[in-house]
Design a protein around this ligand. Sequence first.
Ligand SMILES: Cc1cc2nc3c(=O)[nH]c(=O)nc-3n(C[C@H](O)[C@H](O)[C@H](O)COP(=O)(O)OP(=O)(O)OC[C@H]3O[C@@H](n4cnc5c(N)ncnc54)[C@H](O)[C@@H]3O)c2cc1C
Length: 276
Amino acid sequence: MAVVQYTKSLPLVAKPDVLVCGTGLAGIGAAVAAARNGASVMAVDRMGFAGGFFTNIIGSAFDGFVYEGTGKPVVGGLVFEMLERMGVVQSGQSPNLSYNVNGDFTEVEKYPDRVIPRTDPERFKKASDDVLTESGVRSLFHTQVSDVIVKGERVDTVIASNKDGLVAIKPRTVIDATGDADVAAWAGCPYEKAESLQPMSLHFRIGFVELTFELRRKCAAVLEKARAEGKIGLYGGPWPATFSGRDIYFNVIRTPGDATNPDDWTNAEIQGRRDA
Ligand SMILES: Cc1cc2nc3c(=O)[nH]c(=O)nc-3n(C[C@H](O)[C@H](O)[C@H](O)COP(=O)(O)OP(=O)(O)OC[C@H]3O[C@@H](n4cnc5c(N)ncnc54)[C@H](O)[C@@H]3O)c2cc1C
């Protein structure tokens, strides 16, 4: 590939103890924990809000924090604080309740007495803002981490881009919570990538419909027909979930490709919208 040389002096905008790159679920946890333990923390995200998958692409419910057999939590801490902040459970009750393993319709029908750990992405954005701010984290949104300068064995400087142009941040410690290990990869850390990649997903929402088993069966039949006729390629599920009882969130679209390849990612957005 042809290359272009580029040299520029950048403004040093922050020198935090801890820089958290990416404010998804991992990044929120890392930033809040570091700040509550006395570190000065900056958390950056390319989006205009925290929450990662849950807010960027519409999460339906919190997976993986309970054991399905009993519905009892297997982890604690921030997950309960977030559920309480979003009004999913009452303050202080969280560890003692039984939960559905996720918001999937089948699970909810199977265990009607369990709490469904789901919420609307907009509530999640607000709760994330609150927990980060109240912990003393300085959030910097609409800021894409773009490169690193490595000195010796350490990341010395992180280069980010936002409406100020290119800016430099010199943290004592970097936590890579980008979900794609962007920082680690650019720093030259070893990593493994599967030969066969999980396809990308585009989640979407439909308003003013009631979710029923019958509707899901019909959706499955429509999807299978469309696939057989070559109108769509891959699909998953369908896994519909509802936030309000009057809307449906669909986890169904699947597009093959590598999400760390900009062209593949763009094509997946376009193909995903077409399929949706
Ligand atoms: C199809 C699908 C459905 C799923 N459904 C569920 C579900 O319903 N419930 C559930 O609990 N889990 C679900 N999961 C799993 C869940 O998505 C992950 O476990 C979770 O997102 C991992 O959190 P994370 O913080 O590591 O990454 P992410 O949530 O991906 O967060 C990464 C953050 O980093 C930011 N970022 C990335 N690169 C940069 C950069 N260079 N500069 C600045 N910011 C950057 C992103 O904007 C994002 O905010 C699902 C996963 C998939 C693929």
